[in-house]
Write a protein that binds this ligand. Structure first.
Ligand SMILES: Nc1nc2c(ncn2[C@@H]2O[C@H](COP(=O)(O)OP(=O)(O)OP(=O)(O)O)[C@@H](O)[C@H]2O)c(=O)[nH]1
Length: 164
């Protein structure tokens, strides 16, 4: 079977771990230094259920509620990984706001999303329960998972490519 190409935008509030998740996935390592992203594209070939995929991950700059949705991410993108940190209520609000803008700009009732609650290793600082995350994903008919870029991020992107 020929390889399928998938472009996935990784979006969320600043410092939730978008770059760390992307680097984890592509390079299999965790980078502890913090370098605010402008925009970075990663490509990786992967095989899921005997289908080859050429994944293009666009690691976007951190958004907030007031950001205008960057219109380049509404075109030509197959799916979205919306990332929040389980330690930040603000970041959870920001994914809601991004999702709303996404529906608005695409004019669709549903967009393919994987909602990712990151930084599960920081369980002492947890502000958002897994149930809250799951509830939100159900509302969106999205895939939900919690992860830690410090531990393992691969599954979020496998799910993403598989679900769209
Ligand atoms: N403990 C812990 N720290 C994490 C995790 N993921 C990311 N970090 C740390 O959080 C900080 C921000 O991570 P980034 O991956 O740069 O976050 P980002 O969302 O890409 O940030 P912007 O590009 O500024 O929007 C870094 O210091 C990371 O090392 C995680 O799962 N657990």
């Amino acid at each position: 079977m020929p390889s399928k190409q998938r472009k996935i935008a990784v979006m969320g509030y600043r410092s939730v771990g978008k770059s760390s998740l992307s680097i984890q996935f592509v390079e299999g390592q965790f980078v502890d230094s913090y370098d605010p992203t402008i925009e970075n594209t990663f490509t990786k070939s992967t095989r899921i259920n005997s289908q080859d995929y050429e994944l293009k991950l666009v690691d976007t700059a951190g958004q907030d509620e007031y950001s205008i949705f960057p219109s380049q991410y509404s075109i030509d993108v197959h799916g979205y990984v919306l990332v929040y940190s389980i330690t930040s209520t603000k970041s959870f609000d920001v994914v809601k706001s991004i999702h709303e803008k996404l529906l608005d700009i695409t004019g669709k009732g549903h967009v393919p999303v994987v909602l990712v609650g990151n930084k599960t290793d920081l369980h002492m600082e947890r502000m958002i329960s897994a149930e809250e995350g799951k509830r939100l994903a159900d509302e969106w008919k999205a895939i939900f998972l919690e992860t830690s870029a410090k531990q393992n991020a691969v599954s979020s992107f496998h799910n993403m490519a598989n679900g769209i």
